[in-house]
Design a protein around this ligand. Structure first.
Ligand SMILES: N[C@@H](CCC(=O)N[C@@H](CS)C(=O)NCC(=O)O)C(=O)O
Length: 217
């Protein structure tokens, strides 16, 4: 049995909230970086870890591997309930927690499979820019819908930071980018900025998704 968790990930990717969660939980882990979006041999390196050839994946100390960012985050939060990184099953905010974790994963994150490489679904290269633009608008619309139905306190579900906050703070930095996110989801802006600035996360952000000049684009 391994002693530590192993994150299969990449800087700036969906492994960042997983790494942030492991850090908040003070669990021992190491990261193995992959770049599956490069395709070919680089993607094939993940065959034995995640047959979808995607990061993140998390190997538990037992050796079992969990894939799917939302599942990993929910599992970690539930496995260490004392850290209160998710509402408990009987808590009033649990349905909203599960709803929005699934929403970020399925309605938003899944679209990057196409925007990262539109040739996967659209043959003519001259159409790729339009496909990407439409999907980025779809993502903006999803953030807008989410913001219209959430009434954050200090954090998205109230006064406790949850893995949903880490997930949204990360995914909202991807295209169409944070400026657009602030425009369409102004009610969520303070929360993601609070998570960006959380001193407990500073080292993780700096190492794995730095706020380099112009990052907010
Ligand atoms: N549904 C997956 C999506 C993971 C995903 O799309 N990961 C990206 C990196 S952020 C990736 O590995 N892309 C490579 C590819 O899909 O070919 C999850 O939520 O974990």
């Amino acid at each position: 049995m391994a002693e530590t968790f192993v994150v299969y990930g990449a800087s700036g990717s969906g492994s960042v909230p997983v790494e942030a969660t492991l850090g908040l939980l003070k669990l021992p882990y190491r990261v193995e970086d992959y770049a599956p979006w490069e395709g070919g041999q680089e993607a094939d390196k993940l065959v034995g870890i995640n047959p979808m050839l995607q990061v993140p994946a998390l190997a538990l100390p037992s050796g079992e591997v969990i894939t799917e960012s939302a599942a990993i985050l929910i599992w970690l939060a539930d496995a260490y309930p004392e850290a209160r990184l998710a509402p408990a099953p009987a808590e009033a905010t649990r349905p909203a927690f599960l709803r929005w974790m699934s929403f970020v994963s399925s309605a938003i994150y899944a679209l990057y499979w196409i925007t990262d490489n539109p040739a996967r679904v659209v043959e003519r290269p001259e159409d790729h820019a339009a496909v990407k633009a439409r999907l980025f608008e779809r993502i903006a619309r999803c953030w807008e819908l989410m913001a219209a139905q959430l009434h954050p306190g200090s954090y998205l579900l109230g006064e406790d930071l949850t893995v949903l906050d880490l997930y949204v703070a990360t995914v909202s930095r991807w295209s169409p980018g944070r400026r657009r996110f602030y425009e369409v989801a102004p009610g969520l802006a303070d929360t993601v900025r609070r998570v960006d600035a959380d001193p407990r996360l500073a080292a993780c952000w700096a190492e794995r998704f730095p706020f380099t000049p112009g990052w907010e684009r």
